[in-house]
Design a protein around this ligand. Structure first.
Ligand code: NAD
Ligand code: UFG
Length: 336
């Protein structure tokens, strides 16, 4: 298939481009590079030895999308482009609502205009809120506590309504749990701007000595050791989940969790990282981070049964690959 990948220069998008190209699809990337770099496109080409068509455009721009859709025969779209920092969304709600919702609507309009009926959307486990684990796709969603989460719940709703009104559309809503790690070649990975907010990129900076110690946000949660539990999934497993979704497109709206189904605490992840890489990660326990929940992990049965999609890479591989990318790519001054 000829797939338009919005946000394809970003963390999950770039890994998915690799997986798509390796599965024989053709890829067109649309990204405004607001949180990524053009070099990533070259790295995807280097890894796969395949070509990519790249448009540096804002996907809220209808005219720019017209150019892409009229220049290319697109079979389907995977919509990653969006702003994703939970804390920042509280400071800048308008930017988040505008970017994340308008992009979804303008892309849907372009799909309707050009007869593209396959739409895969990047959603998030955040839509489940503080529910009972494991989260199964059918549970009632809880209101999220930040504008970022709201944009995911609203985009899901918009796409669901569009699919209801257009029964020949295939809409897939993928709810990601916590993607970590990097492509095993070390060329692409997660490169957040400034001090990382997320756990794994923070750990790699501490391991490298760029940050002094990890602050563990609370050890009094009702979990195995009191620290927060999450479902970490290797970004290449997540990427391959998109290929599986494209292989199983059927009309209607289909929602899938993409996780491993395994809960891992912050302390367990720190220990796994230390073991995988034979390096120490100093930490201290501090207050809980506002808005965090105790535990979040997936019921993965639906994706495994309907998409035959099961995460293959374990926690040690996630830690090893995250560290390799930090050392080999982020360490070099000429890149990232
Ligand atoms: P990322 O920031 O690395 O990638 C997003 C990409 O979209 C970036 O390259 C950015 O430049 C681009 N972009 C943003 N707004 C754009 C616009 N208006 N026009 C064109 N390009 C635009 O983020 P990521 O971690 O790869 O996340 C991808 C998607 O997955 C996002 O929608 C995010 O909300 C969702 N998601 C991410 C996580 C996570 O933990 N990383 C979890 C759940 C869901
Ligand atoms: N944590 C720390 N110290 C840190 C960073 C995180 O102890 O410096 C803890 C958190 O308290 C939490 C766990 O590590 O218990 C994971 O935190 P992250 O910030 O890495 O991830 P979250 O689960 O909070 O959120 C992430 C994305 C969201 C997405 C959600 C979906 O940031 O965008 O996963 O599951 F919605």
């Amino acid at each position: 298939m000829n797939i338009l990948v919005t946000g394809g220069a970003g963390y999950i998008g770039s890994h998915t481009c690799v997986a798509l190209l390796e599965a024989g699809h053709t890829v067109i990337v649309a990204d405004n590079l607001c949180n990524s770099k053009a070099e990533t496109i070259d790295k995807i080409k280097q890894i796969t030895n395949k070509e990519i068509t790249f448009y540096q455009i804002d996907v809220t721009n209808e005219k720019a999308l017209d150019t892409i859709f009229s220049d290319n025969l697109i079979d389907g779209i995977i919509h990653f482009a969006g702003l994703k920092a939970v804390g920042e969304s509280v400071e800048k709600p308008l930017e988040y609502y505008y970017n994340n919702l308008v992009s979804t609507m303008v892309l849907s309009k372009a799909c309707r205009k050009y007869g593209v009926k396959n739409f895969v959307f990047s959603s998030s486990a955040t839509v489940y809120g503080d529910n009972t684990v494991p989260f199964v796709e059918t549970i009632k969603l809880m209101p999220t506590t930040n504008p970022y989460g709201e944009t995911k719940a609203m985009s899901e709703r918009i796409l669901t309504d569009i699919a209801k009104a257009n029964p020949d559309w295939a809409v897939v809503l993928l709810r990601y749990f916590n993607p970590v790690g990097a492509h095993e070649c070390g060329l692409i990975g997660e490169a957040p701007n400034g001090t990382p907010n997320n756990l794994m990129p923070y750990i790699t900076k501490v391991a490298k000595g760029e940050l002094k110690k990890l602050r563990i946000f609370g050890n009094d949660y009702p979990t195995v050791d009191g620290t927060g539990v999450r479902d970490y999934i290797h970004v290449m497993d997540l990427a391959e989940g998109h290929v599986a979704a494209l292989n199983n497109l059927t009309e209607g709206v289909h929602i899938y969790n993409l996780g491993t189904g395994q809960g891992t605490s912050v302390l367990q992840l720190v220990k796994a990282f230390e073991e995988a890489n034979a390096i120490e990660v100093p930490y201290e326990v501090v207050e809980r981070r506002p808005g965090d929940i105790a535990a979040c992990y997936a019921d993965t049965s639906k994706a495994s049964i309907e998409l035959q999609c099961v995460a293959k890479r374990d926690l040690l591989a996630m830690c090893r690959d995250a560290w390799r990318f930090e050392k080999e790519s982020l360490g070099r001054k000429d890149e990232n």
